[in-house]
Design a protein around this ligand. Structure first.
Ligand code: M6R
Length: 602
């Protein structure tokens, strides 16, 4: 959510910033901006909307020689997506970019306004630059003013500041939002994730919360609450696995098609002939653990919810799942005998990260299931299992969900195996099914064509109900989330058996029901739930391996022997349905309105 790039050196700064922001654009695309200081020349450009607008605006601008520069791509939190609200924010002689939220900005703003400062934007970020310039008046140095500024900020932030008062230095700070520093010779790079600097920097240092400092040509000074500190750089891969669309219309589409192949990576070395193996977990990782609590948000929450059925049924271990933003403020009762699992594609989701910190403070053992190595959530956890989905660029998560579901299924089995609560025969059956998963995820032309044709009937109406039972209930929630994210149509996921307790009141021919009807799990039960809806004239789109006479539309699936294989196959159908409806409606599938890929604010 929002992206930051910074560069200090002799290379063409505009291109470095714009290329870096391009890599981050999927995180926020309400507006973008850059600011560059070269000697006494200061330049600043901003544009609303996609980055291409900023590219267009800066076409004639080029940088030369040594300089310092910062850039930002924004997902609006405070104030509308306007140019005035776009970063970098300007004081009288300084610029700032910022990710996160300054919680006490209103208070600070009121004080600054009382001192006569004129605010141009509605953002919390602008407070930082004015506060800095105020502190600068009474400080011995720019650095002292920066330190004093930081000491007055509450909230979560990653920020870069440049100022004409010190035109060869970039000031930086990280507190709760991700930021890293890249190095290549005397050049210094900053970014909110490593993709913008891969191929440019050769070494990297991932800043920790509470760290701040400044960079000059060839020099980086790092500080925290205890004063100056040393740090160790790590080598940064030069292999830019920059996700390209490879002929697909959208990243989301490419990512749906990729699910079959990435699943092989997810299982590699973990699903063995007759056992599940996680090198990431010490042998005694589950010792003295008698329950599991999972916290996550959005799609990751849905994979968690599905896994709670598996942990109890296969792993024979109690499992509760909570939405991270709810968990944080409910004063939860936590015990050390419960394993705390967080699930996150990005590893940077603020609510999930904070929930994890709470669990750690309570002395719980923590495990993260994440797609991004070295992310804040991975670094904060006692152990981490990477989902190995590869870079996911579509804002609507697909392959991350698939691989999370697989890791959690494996983990449920691993728990039963480690705790000796399940038979070898059950382990063998589950593993046999797992091995077939990549096949169940293949998107055939026939299926895609069918979903494409059928999607034209679902462009209106007063809403969608996705219904399912057991693990197909969280899958229904996820199907509904996918659809609403990119089609902007109202969609809800519901446990099929719950419809008669209220929601069925909405049933009429303009209510579209997407019914997940697996053969291998409670088929007769869900069938009668769907019949009840059909009797009220709801339009039914059934997804099932078994023909269903009452369906207005029917998508026949192939797998019927194991619930998880049916789950994965139906997941693909719901993803394609959301995609095709959104395309027909003319929406931007990869960058849907109001959303961002990684939500690093509360
Ligand atoms: O990176 P995370 O998995 O922690 O993100 C959690 C949610 O923000 C994310 O799943 C969101 O719901 C997606 N847009 C879903 O498509």
């Amino acid at each position: 959510m929002c992206g930051i790039v910074g560069y200090l050196g002799k290379n063409e700064k505009k291109e470095i910033l714009l290329d870096g922001l391009q890599e981050l654009e999927y995180r926020g695309y309400d507006s973008a901006g850059i600011a560059v200081i070269e000697g006494d020349k200061l330049n600043n450009f901003k544009a609303i909307g996609k980055l291409e607008n900023l590219r267009e605006k800066t076409k004639a601008y080029h940088t030369e020689g040594f300089g310092i520069s910062i850039g930002h791509t924004r997902w609006a939190t405070h104030g509308k997506p306007t140019e005035l609200n776009a970063h970098p924010h300007l004081g009288a002689y300084s610029y700032v970019v910022h990710n996160g939220i300054i919680e006490n900005y209103q208070e600070l703003k009121t004080e600054l306004q009382a001192d006569g400062v004129n605010f141009l934007s509605q953002t919390d970020t602008e407070t930082i630059v004015h506060l800095f310039e105020k502190e600068h008046k009474s400080s011995d140095s720019v650095f002292a003013a920066f330190e004093k500024t930081l000491s007055k900020l509450d909230g979560a932030y990653a920020t870069l500041l440049i100022t004409e008062a010190d035109p060869d230095t970039i000031y930086f700070a990280k507190h709760g939002s991700p930021m890293l520093v890249g190095f290549n010779g005397d050049d210094v790079y900053f970014a909110s994730s490593d993709t913008p600097i891969i191929g440019k920097a050769t070494e990297v240092y991932y800043l920790e919360d509470g760290e701040y400092g400044y960079a000059k040509e060839g020099v980086l000074k790092l500080f925290d609450a205890n004063g100056e500190k040393s740090f160790t750089k790590q080598a940064l891969t030069a292999d830019k696995v920059s996700a390209q669309k490879e002929g697909y219309r959208f990243f989301m589409e490419k990512e749906i098609y990729e699910q079959s192949s990435v699943m092989g990576d997810t299982m590699m070395g973990r699903v063995l002939d007759d056992t599940i193996n996680f090198e990431e977990l010490d042998k005694d990782f589950f010792e003295n653990i008698y329950a599991i609590k999972i916290c996550a948000c959005g799609t990751s929450y849905h994979s968690a919810l599905a896994s709670s059925y598996l942990f109890e049924r296969i792993g024979k271990m109690r499992c509760d799942v909570e939405i991270a933003s709810e968990f944080r403020y409910k004063e939860p009762f936590l015990t050390e005998k419960t394993l705390f699992i967080t699930i996150s594609q990005s590893g940077e989701t603020a609510d999930t990260l904070e929930a994890l910190k709470m669990a750690k403070r309570a002395g719980m053992r923590t495990l993260s299931i994440c797609n991004v190595d070295n992310s804040s959530i991975v670094r904060e956890s006692d152990a981490a299992i990477l989902t190995r989905a590869g870079i996911e660029k579509g804002v609507a998560s697909t392959k991350a969900f698939a691989t999370q579901s697989m890791v959690l299924w494996m983990l449920a089995l691993y728990v039963g195996q480690t705790k000796n609560t399940i038979s070898q025969e059950l382990i063998k059956n589950e593993i046999d099914a797992m091995i077939h998963t990549p096949k169940a995820l293949i998107v055939t032309d026939k299926l895609h064509e069918k979903v494409h044709r059928l999607s034209k009937r679902y462009l209106h109406g007063h809403g969608f109900f996705f219904i399912g039972r057991d693990i197909f209930f969280p899958l229904a929630l996820e199907g509904a989330l996918k659809l609403k994210e990119i089609s902007y149509m109202h969609a809800e996921g519901y446990p099929a058996g719950e419809m008669k307790h209220g929601p069925i009141a909405l049933a009429d021919s303009e209510l579209f029901t997407i019914a997940l009807m697996p053969k291998s799990m409670h088929y007769d039960k869900i069938k009668s739930n769907v019949e009840e809806l059909s009797a009220r004239d709801a339009t039914i789109c059934a997804i099932s391996p078994l023909p269903f006479d009452l369906a207005d539309d029917f998508i026949q699936t192939n797998y019927d022997s194991h619930p998880m294989l049916e789950y994965f196959e139906m997941m693909v159908v719901t993803q394609l349905l959301a995609l095709e409806i959104s395309v027909r409606l003319g929406n931007d599938v990869d960058m849907p309105r109001n959303l961002a890929k990684s939500v690093t604010v509360e």
